[in-house]
Design a binder for this molecule. Sequence first.
Ligand SMILES: [Zn+2]
Length: 254
Amino acid sequence: MLIDSHAHLDLKDFQKDLDEVLERAIQEGLSHIITIGIDLESSRKALKLAHQYEFIFSSIGFHPHDADKMDADQLNQLSRMASDPKVVGWGEIGLDFFKNFSPREKQVDAFNQQLDLAVEHDLPVIIHNRDAHQETYETLRKRKDKGARGVIHCFSGDYDLAMRFMDMGYYISIPGTVTYSKASNIQDVAARIPLERMLVETDAPFLAPVPKRGKRNEPAFVIHTAKKIAELRGMDFEEVARQTSENTRKLFGI
Ligand SMILES: [Zn+2]
């Protein structure tokens, strides 16, 4: 049993062969996939997939890259979708000060507004954080007492930062980059954080793990990530798969 806690199945990369992609995921033992919204249209498509396939759940939200496209009307539409039983999280939301595809003020504004809505709808948040560690941490800390909870997706910080997020109750999601030979930071995090706070993800179609690196990523490949984590921790793959699945179900109420 294994869950891919973060994939983008609505993207055109999967248009031609989604059924085969999902078949391979099931063959590798995946029990669920959470497909992630990045704007209104993508959130709609994600939810549609979740309605089509019993083992798929969806999130809704505006990615920081798309923060400048977000307006009040679109937020209202997302809010209406939030009560759908197959919507299990709000995201991915956050800050990306590496690419800065949207102006920083817009990113901060979209992040804050969506955090408030997630709390209002009692949904866990899926956090994207790139080169904005301190700002992301501070923003979440301000909402700690309001009941904000969730996961730091595709974690890219060091062990100390992971511990600070975990101290606020957040989960840390380990992506396929943990299999890359030079990824010593994320390998250190994957080896040392409590397994009870860890999720695994593909972020498919991006960031395929070794031995699929350079190819289109897909949910079935999360098995390589979980195997690498087991190797780094010196434990059985089955234990990593079981515990990360349990964590994912608990966080998202699956
Ligand atoms: Zn993503």
